[in-house]
Every structure is written in structure tokens, then in C-alpha cells.
Design a protein around this ligand. Structure first.
Ligand SMILES: *Cc1c(COP(=O)(O)O)cnc(C)c1O
Length: 375
């Protein structure tokens, strides 16, 4: 049984996006003379697209390194048979660490506490565990502070059961072309790499670029880049991409009822929309449970019969109302929430801009009740 509201996930588009990105990385000269590899970011259920099918498709497209947010996400990818290396971005100091060993995951060490905990666990497992070291160059979230490495790193680097595989950082303002912090973080990262070298550590590689940094500056590609959003076919606003990427997710529903309103009547909770003329509403079985934001009411649109129909009234838990006055709409008609219809399209960038959020949030919030259909 499939509900009328479904998310279609186009795995061919995903694969094509991955290949397009991989090829584009070979086209610019890089500082080290090699073409950077990709760390394919599949955290948060692959940005709402479904982690397992997405990870499998990326693996088939050639991805040899995936990244997820925590040990639990990595563990479920392994349980589903994913064989590529899996990097865990998150902090580990209060996690159960057995999953790292059971799932052969690659941890990020981003705090002294995590270094101690993971070292102790690796000793218990009698393993030498490869890890990525995270440097905080100005995000002020996870990572060792760039200006304190001489104090904090020697103990980490001396951990007998830990082997430094890669060093990375994360940009706070890669998608803000006017922000000076990006350049500052870039310089601090280079300085951190020099300090790590001076401490005698020899990581195999470095990485720093999320989608926005990848688009914006080849100098931060290093040996690997870490796109998430771009893989799913969306460029991080306000940046534009000339790469031929295709949106992987579309979100469609069907009209379940058509309601006629007389002038002066209202619809929905709070009676916020009052008909100024005889009005026809299409009732769409998708609401805030499904990730459709309350702020779409009075602002957003859906596509019905190839036309833009405004979302009116209030977005309810399980339904929303669209003003389809003047359109010949019947129950069963297709409604496009994200995607194309009749030559028009609503993409996640547009929906995000409409309600004052970011495309990442729109994708990740597509609810668990919505079935993902893969093709
Ligand atoms: C989520 C994430 C990314 C990917 O970010 P996009 O903007 O979606 O490309 C890269 N690196 C880290 C550390 C992340 O957490």
C-alpha cells in the first residue's frame, strides 16, 4: 500500500551527479597535481533520500568513502551490506564505541576526550585504528582549536592504538561570498597542517570542502572533497553551479477532495484565509508531519494541472489546502510539492527561500511517513 504523497528518489540522477562531480574535479589544476577524490556525505538518512539505497547507488557509481553523522548511522549502513569505507563525522566522547569496531567505521577524533575513549577501546580490541583528526579553524563547534595544537595534539598523536589517516576542517561561511572568515579558516588550516607536520605526524590526506567550498575555491579541494547537497542535485544558495546536476528527490501527492467556498468564508485552523470571491480549494494529504512547513501557508505554492496554486489557510498535521480557483481540478489529480509539472518547477531552493530556511532543512525534514520510491 502506498499513500498518495510519495517522494521519488531518482538514483540514476544521483549516480550521474556523483560522476559529474568526480569528472569536474579533474578539470581544474589542484595544488598537489592529483584529482581529488570524493567523500560522499550520506548523513541524516542521506538528506532524507534514504541512506541505504543512496549509499548502495553511490558505491556502485564508484564511491569508496562515505560519511555519516554518528556510529548508529554507520552501523546501519554496514548491516545493509555497504562495504565502502565509512567516516563518522560526529563527536564520540559519550557514544558506545563498540560499533566502530563491529562496523569497521572510521572515527573522527575531534576532542581530547574522544581521543582517550577511542584509544582505550582500540586497546581493548587489540587493534590499530585509523582515524581522521578534526581541526577547528573558526566554526567553533567540533575539533581541536587551531591555536592550541601544540598543547593538545602530542597526546593524541602518541596514542599507541590510533593511526592518523587524514586531517580535516569545516568551513562556517563557504556559502557567504562576502565573509572574510572563509579565507581566515583556509589560512588557519594550512597553519595547522604545518604544525601537525612539525609534530612528526604524516597523515595520508587532507579534506575541507563541503558543497559550497567545492564550488567556490579549488584551493580547498586538497585530496578529497565532501559534497552533500550537490550530490542530491541542489546547489547551496546563493551560489550557482554550471555543472549539469539533477535534483534527486521529487515530492508529489494527489488531490483527495475539492471544496467550494463562498465569499467571506474561511478555511483552516485560525480561519486565516478568507475567500474574497467564490473560491475552489484542493485538499492535499500532506502536512507538517510530512515536513511541509507551517510557513508555507499564505506563501508557498504547489503545482496542479500545470499551474501554480497558492497554499492557503494553515498547513495542518496531515493536510494542506491549495487555492485552485479557475482550474478544472478533480480528486485524483497530481499535485507537485517539489518537482516539475507542465513545464514549471518548484525546487527545494525556491521552497526554502519562500519560508526563510535552507534547502538542507527542506530535504531532511521530508517525513518518515512519506514513502520513498526508487527509480
Ligand atoms: C554535512 C557536512 C558536509 C556536507 O555539506 P554540504 O553543504 O551538504 O555539502 C561536509 N562536511 C561535514 C563535516 C558535514 O557535516
Amino acid at each position: 500500500m502506498v499513500r498518495p504523497t510519495v517522494a521519488r528518489i531518482d538514483l540514476k540522477a544521483l549516480t550521474a551527479n556523483y560522476r559529474t562531480l568526480a569528472e569536474s574535479l579533474g578539470r581544474e589544476p589542484s595544488d598537489n597535481g592529483q584529482t581529488p577524490g570524493i567523500i560522499a556525505v550520506v548523513k541524516a538518512n542521506a538528506y532524507g533520500h534514504g541512506a541505504v539505497p543512496v549509499a548502495r547507488a553511490l558505491e556502485q557509481a564508484g564511491a569508496d568513502l562515505l560519511a555519516c553523522a554518528d556510529i548508529e548511522e554507520g552501523t546501519s549502513l554496514r548491516a545493509a551490506g555497504v562495504t565502502a569505507e565509512i567516516l563518522v563525522f560526529g563527536a564520540l566522547s559519550v557514544s558506545e564505541l563498540d560499533g566502530i569496531f563491529d562496523g569497521r567505521l572510521t572515527p573522527t577524533i575531534s576532542t581530547p576526550g574522544a581521543a582517550k575513549a577511542v584509544q582505550a577501546a582500540a586497546a581493548r580490541y587489540r587493534q590499530r585504528l585509523r582515524y581522521h583528526l578534526k581541526i577547528d579553524t573558526g566554526m567553533n563547534r567540533l575539533g581541536f582549536r587551531f591555536d592550541n595544537l601544540a598543547r593538545t595534539l602530542p597526546a593524541v598523536l602518541a596514542s599507541p592504538n590510533l593511526e592518523l589517516d587524514a586531517v580535516y576542517t569545516h568551513f562556517a561561511t563557504a556559502d557567504e561570498p562576502g565573509s572574510p572568515l572563509f579565507e581566515r579558516q583556509r589560512a588557519r588550516f594550512l597553519d595547522a597542517l604545518r604544525q601537525i607536520d612539525a609534530l612528526g605526524a604524516r597523515p595520508r590526506y587532507r579534506h575541507a570542502a563541503n558543497s559550497a567550498a567545492l564550488l567556490r575555491d579549488a584551493r580547498v579541494w586538497y585530496e578529497r572533497v565532501r559534497p552533500g547537497l550537490l550530490l542530491y542535485g541542489v546547489a547551496p544558495p546563493p551560489l550557482a553551479s554550471t555543472l549539469p546536476l539533477t535534483a534527486v528527490m521529487t515530492l508529489r501527492s494527489r488531490v483527495v477532495a475539492v471544496k467550494g467556498m463562498r465569499t467571506g468564508e474561511s478555511t483552516g485552523y485560525g480561519a486565516r484565509f478568507v475567500a474574497e470571491r467564490p473560491t475552489t480549494l484542493a485538499i492535499v494529504p500532506a502536512g507538517y508531519t510530512d515536513g511541509l512547513d507551517l510557513r508555507l501557508a499564505g506563501r508557498g505554492v504547489v503545482l496542479v494541472r500545470g499551474r501554480r496554486a497558492p497554499v492557503v489557510g494553515s498547513v495542518c498535521m496531515d493536510m494542506l489546502m491549495a487555492d485552485v480557483t479557475g482550474l478544472e481540478v478533480s480528486p485524483g489529480d497530481e499535485v507537485v510539492l517539489i518537482g516539475e509539472q507542465g513545464g514549471d518547477r518548484i525546487d527545494v531552493r525556491e521552497m526554502a527561500a519562500t519560508i526563510g530556511t535552507i534547502p538542507w532543512e527542506i530535504l531532511c525534514r521530508v517525513g518518515s511517513r512519506i514513502e520513498r520510491l526508487y527509480d
